[in-house]
Design a protein around this ligand. Structure first.
Ligand code: BTN
Length: 262
């Protein structure tokens, strides 16, 4: 059971708690469509029967063990070309929140969060565009908290990494405060370069050699930056120039070279 948050300015003041649902992103999108909610409203659940991941994947989470929520934002102050700032701000909020408990947290482009080379959190952002602005954004966040057994070896949780078992309601409150601060910073539009710089600083592969799969070939590359539109800039060893990649155009490969999480 989750409760509305009182010590934030925007995030979580309105809370829709569902013990079980298909996907909090779908519920949030319906609320947006029906014009029924204010900015900052959060849909949160203990159990998702059809949790959605990026690129059409599923997000599977053990009931009552993890945070699964969707935040409704109305970032109409952001030009469409700047929408990646939402991803960057949210990734940084999750990064900051998890860093209270453990070191070795990294952002993996575009907005996965890893601890010690294993995924602890994923975000699915679904934006609605009106003209040149973003009229609404459903920010779906999954953070693995108390779950200790996973189907894949590349998944982890706060419990496994920090050795603690947490109270989900209290942790939601803490996380909402961090996200609230991040969103207010973004909304002020004064510190956008700082958001980009912090994101880069904590990005996996930034200025370090990591392995990618590109055009069916394993290549070594160094992330040199991120375009404002979110494309990843990579210098590939042995090839001239800098390549820029969109979401489906490059794959990360995890091998002995891909662990510079220091
Ligand atoms: C990913 O890494 O592939 C993104 C995962 C996003 C999962 C969250 S859980 C809450 C919200 N509702 C969903 O259906 N998905 C997001």
């Amino acid at each position: 059971m989750y409760k509305p948050i009182h010590n934030t300015l925007i995030i979580g003041k309105k809370l829709i708690y569902l013990p079980s649902c298909h996907s909090t992103n779908d519920i949030a999108a319906e609320l947006v469509l029906n014009g029924l909610v204010e900015e900052g409203a959060v849909v949160i659940t203990d159990n998702q029967t059809g949790g959605k991941g990026q690129r059409g994947t599923k997000w599977i989470s053990e009931p009552s063990q993890n945070l699964m929520l969707s935040v409704i934002l109305r970032p109409n102050f952001l030009p469409v070309a700047e929408q990646f700032l939402i991803s960057q701000m949210v990734a940084l909020a999750i990064y900051d929140y998890l860093s209270f408990y453990t070191n070795d947290v990294k952002i993996k482009w575009p907005n996965d969060i890893y601890i010690s080379s294993k995924k602890v959190s994923g975000t699915l952002i679904e934006n609605s565009i009106q003209g040149a602005a973003i009229s609404s954004s459903v920010v779906g966040i999954g953070i693995n908290m108390n779950q200790t057994v996973f189907e894949t070896l590349r998944s982890t949780s706060l419990a496994l990494e920090a050795g603690i078992n947490v109270n989900l309601r209290q942790e939601f409150e803490k996380f909402a405060q961090v996200l609230d601060a991040g969103y207010l910073r973004l909304k002020s539009m004064k510190n956008n370069q700082m958001i980009r710089d912090l994101y880069l600083k904590n990005l996996y592969g930034y200025q370090k050699p990591v392995t990618f799969k590109y055009q069916n070939e394993k290549v070594i590359g160094v992330v040199t930056g991120i375009e404002n539109n979110g494309r990843l800039l990579v210098k590939i060893t042995g090839r001239p120039g800098i390549y820029d990649f969109g979401l489906k155009e490059i794959e990360w490969v995890w091998d002995e070279l891909s662990t510079p999480f220091s």
